[in-house]
Design a protein around this ligand. Structure first.
Ligand code: ZN
Length: 268
């Protein structure tokens, strides 16, 4: 089995996780910028984090033979402070040309607030100006449908943004159709406590097709499973899906999306 982990917060994982992922067939990992579990006190905290994502973490991954890519932003949870967000967005251009940076993410909404919307628009503008791919986090539970609608409206109203260059992550049964119909990619997050279970993700694939869908573990510092993607592949096999179809879902699809950034090299 070979697969790409399109959404893993590796700075919060151990070297054992890297070893397990590579052993299971992981051929590349992509790490969006996220909330660290606490609010950072200023722009310098983000500067250090972006250095970690673009310098230290790719070196750590390389020790296990794993190519590491990243996405940069101020995450929605810390976007309530618009002044701080402006400062953070102001330093992203210093990092955007680093060899492992694929684009802007994971941006989006958390509580669907007015300030989060403002910061989302600023990120979308930055992505348009720098011709970057976009990775979007959608809110969880009851806010998801409303948040997804608001996010799609922001993306669609900026005429510089091409939907096939944006992935809307953490979709569920009630949001996936809307995302795909608008021409965007959709990501399903396999999580033991919230988001999508493997069985639900496979149901979604069977109902909506696999053209612009991917699966990720979104493994982070919380209860999460770095091997969620290969384990779901085993479940797909149990359900009778072909090796070629599984390869499309867990390797070719994320590869096809990410290859829209010329810096991403599809692993041989
Ligand atoms: Zn994430």
């Amino acid at each position: 089995m070979r697969y790409i982990e399109p959404h893993g917060h590796m700075v919060s994982r151990t070297t054992d996780d890297y070893q397990d992922m590579v052993t299971a067939g992981c051929a590349a990992v992509c790490e969006p910028a996220f909330w660290a579990g606490y609010d950072r006190s200023g722009v310098q905290g983000f500067h250090d984090y972006f250095c970690q994502l673009t310098d230290y973490e790719p070196k750590r991954a390389a020790k296990f033979g794993l190519p590491h890519y990243t996405w940069l932003c101020i995450n929605p949870k810390e976007s309530e402070d618009v002044k701080l967000a402006e400062e953070v967005i102001g330093i992203i251009p210093e990092f955007i040309d680093k060899p492992n940076v694929l684009g802007i993410g994971e941006i989006g909404l958390n509580k669907n607030s007015r300030n989060e919307m403002k910061v989302l628009e600023m990120h979308v503008d930055l992505a348009a100006r720098t011709n970057s791919l976009i990775l979007v986090h959608t809110p969880h539970l009851e806010d998801k449908l409303k948040g997804t609608r608001l996010i799609l409206d922001v993306l669609k109203s900026d005429k510089r943004i091409r939907p096939e260059r944006c992935i809307i992550d953490h979709v569920e049964e009630h949001t996936v159709q809307r995302v795909l119909d608008a021409g965007f990619w959709a990501g399903m997050t396999l999580y033991p406590e919230s988001k999508c279970s493997p069985a639900r993700a496979i149901d979604i694939i069977e109902n909506y097709g696999a053209e612009r869908l991917w699966m990720n573990s979104a493994c982070d510092w919380g209860v999460s499973v770095p091997l969620a993607v290969p384990r779901t592949a085993l479940e797909m096999r149990r359900r009778g899906h072909s090796a070629e179809f599984i390869d499309q879902m867990i390797f070719q699809n994320p590869g096809r999306f990410m290859s829209q950034c010329p810096k991403f090299k599809l692993p041989a």
